[in-house]
Design a protein around this ligand. Structure first.
Ligand SMILES: NC(=O)c1ccc[n+]([C@@H]2O[C@H](COP(=O)([O-])OP(=O)(O)OC[C@H]3O[C@@H](n4cnc5c(N)ncnc54)[C@H](OP(=O)(O)O)[C@@H]3O)[C@@H](O)[C@H]2O)c1
Length: 183
């Protein structure tokens, strides 16, 4: 059964981007292959992804589209899909708006047995949680405070710690979302 995972890095005070949508504070710290929340192991088992339009536009403006699995971008605007990935592969980007339950069903169909990744932002992860669809939160905490910015997950949720570790300068943790009727 596919899990819907919010895999994300945050500041120590709970922001995933600063107020100007900069990730300089994050990208200045290298991730170590094989460390906690290892990206390569994670992405190898992801069959579909979802993100909000701010994240989508950040990705396009910072190196271009690199995801090879089907992606859903939530937006109320008419945005253009990338013609290809930055490595000239096939980009599969679909746009959706409104209720994330329909997006979740489409992602599950596309992903087969693989997991689903909600890339961000926090409010979108919160929409999946509101619908009872968010299974896990995999968090890498950078050694920085930002004071303000884009929130990590602006909801009240009960979580169960299932793994913890480090990766270079990051503290890493995996949590399972506790919800009625599903562990
Ligand atoms: N640190 C990390 O690991 C990490 C991970 C991911 C993202 N980020 C960064 O964090 C920031 C996140 O930005 P953000 O907080 O603005 O969140 P976002 O989810 O990237 O974008 C929010 C926007 O998506 C659209 N949207 C969201 N839900 C929708 C729905 N159900 N239906 C229709 N449209 C919907 C709306 O824009 P419109 O309708 O106006 O298009 C909304 O303003 C970005 O700078 C991103 O680069 C960091």
């Amino acid at each position: 059964m596919s899990r819907l995972i919010y895999y994300v890095a945050s500041s120590l005070d709970g922001f995933i981007a600063d107020e100007h949508d900069s990730l300089d504070w994050l990208l200045s710290h290298a991730q170590e292959p094989g460390g906690g929340n290892d990206y390569d192991s994670f992405i190898a088992n992801i069959g579909a992804i979802a993100m909000g339009s701010t994240t989508y536009e950040w990705v396009l403006a910072n190196g271009g589209w690199s995801y090879e699995m089907p992606a859903w971008v939530l937006t109320t605007r008419d945005l253009a899909a990338p013609a290809s990935t930055a490595a000239d592969g096939t980009a599969d980007v679909r746009f959706a708006r409104g209720d994330v339950s329909a997006v979740y069903e489409a992602m599950r169909q596309a992903a087969g047995e693989k997991d689903l990744w909600v890339v961000g932002g926090g409010e979108l992860a919160g929409q999946f949680a509101d619908a009872g669809l968010l299974d896990e939160v995999h968090l890498s905490i950078a050694p920085v405070t930002l004071g303000r910015g884009r929130p990590l997950l602006p909801r009240r949720l009960d979580l169960e710690l299932i793994e913890q570790g480090t990766n270079g300068a990051f503290v890493t943790a995996r949590h399972r979302v506790r919800r009625a009727g599903k562990g």
